[in-house]
Write a protein that binds this ligand. Structure first.
Ligand code: FAD
Length: 316
């Protein structure tokens, strides 16, 4: 499936994001988890790309496996920092030749000691919009996703400047915006309103990460800068010494977030699953139960789409 079709009228695009593991054992575990994720019948599963190209082969390898072994469309992430246009074109051609129809086009994070503005390899690209343009030059039909930041990108001086740059990525040919994870829906909804006012008309898909351990909440929030609502922090903290209670609290929090987003007419949800299926399967199962009552909301029918998702999952 091309992401252009995932968010059409009356469609609801469920998607998952995984990363290439660093060990053989990790590979084995990911294969097991992908089997369970594929049972949710997502519109696609995306695989990340290591900064500076550190996983360039592995990203393609896992996207190939997602499509062939797990019969699920894949989206390959690609970053441009410290890569030449020629090497990026070569990689994209390989992706297209192996049947990958979707790219998540990114700049990549700056090295920790870099001050600002993007690093540049000789003949390289500095910003994601340049890579969107390059990808579009190679293919009109490929689905292109780009990153959006409800709490603004950390290098941006303010929300408006950040949105201006998001608008450039869209004008260069992006088909959908996938957001950085957030824990407070109000930040997403305000961002979506600002984006619409700024003329961005592509689907804006919220990124949700179910956090089921207090320690990872603190680490994740410091990495991506997302504000942690008191309710989430205190709930996970209170259950800190009880892994099962932490898991249940984190799953329930994500379910409430997703329900509210669906009520607000989002075109889909992109889950950051951290290579694990258990939490997201429970979340999708709950949304499937809801789906009976989710007939058209804001012109979309998540109920219909989710209901065709996986009946066995509901029975599980
Ligand atoms: P850009 O869109 O290029 O923006 C980077 C910064 O530059 C922003 O502050 C922007 O406002 C600013 N900017 C843009 N254009 C201009 C301009 N013309 N003048 C001045 N400033 C400008 N990282 C990985 O390494 N691998 C992955 O697989 C990966 N997947 C991701 C998936 C999602 C859905 C998200 C949200 C992020 C992902 N990231 C990934 C992280 C991403 O690479 C970083 O957030 C990175 O710092 C910015 O990437 P970008 O594509 O948003 O860059």
């Amino acid at each position: 499936m091309n992401i252009r079709d995932a968010y059409g009228p009356n469609r609801f695009g469920l998607s998952f994001e995984v990363f290439p593991p660093k060990s053989l054992e990790g590979d084995r575990q990911l294969a097991t988890e992908l089997e369970k994720l594929a049972e949710c019948r997502p519109a696609f599963i995306s695989c990340t790309y290591g900064a500076g190209g550190s996983t360039s082969k592995r990203t393609l390898e896992w996207c190939g496996r997602i499509q062939q072994e797990f019969s699920t469309p894949a989206m390959a992430h690609l970053t441009c920092l410290n890569s030449t246009a020629d090497s990026l074109k070569h990689w994209m051609r390989q992706a297209f030749d192996s049947g990958i129809n979707n790219l998540m086009v990114l700049r990549g994070d700056l090295p920790r000691n870099a001050s600002t503005g993007g690093e540049e390899a000789p003949g390289g690209l500095r910003r994601a919009h340049e890579l969107v343009t390059l990808a579009r030059e190679l293919s009109d039909s490929i689905g292109i996703g780009v990153a959006g930041y409800p709490e603004k990108h950390p290098e941006s001086p303010d929300d408006e400047t950040d949105l201006l740059h998001l608008g450039t990525k869209v004008r260069c040919g992006a088909d959908a915006v996938f957001t950085q994870l957030f824990f407070d829906n109000r930040t997403f909804l305000a961002f979506r309103d600002r984006a619409i006012r700024a003329g961005i008309q592509t689907p804006i898909v919220p990124g949700i990460m179910p956090v089921t351990e207090y320690d990872s909440l603190v680490r994740i929030s410091s990495l991506c800068g997302s504000v942690i609502p008191d309710e989430l922090q205190s709930g996970l903290e209170a259950a800190r010494h009880d892994p099962v209670a932490q898991f249940e609290f984190g799953v329930d929090y994500a379910i409430q977030q997703c329900r509210d987003l669906i009520r607000h007419g989002v075109p889909g949800i992109h889950f950051y699953v951290l290579n694990k299926a258990a939490a997201v399967r429970l979340i999708v199962r709950e949304l499937l139960f809801d789906a009976r009552d989710l007939s058209p909301i804001a012109g979309r029918t998540p109920g219909k789409q989710l209901a065709s998702c996986d009946k066995d999952l509901v029975a599980a």
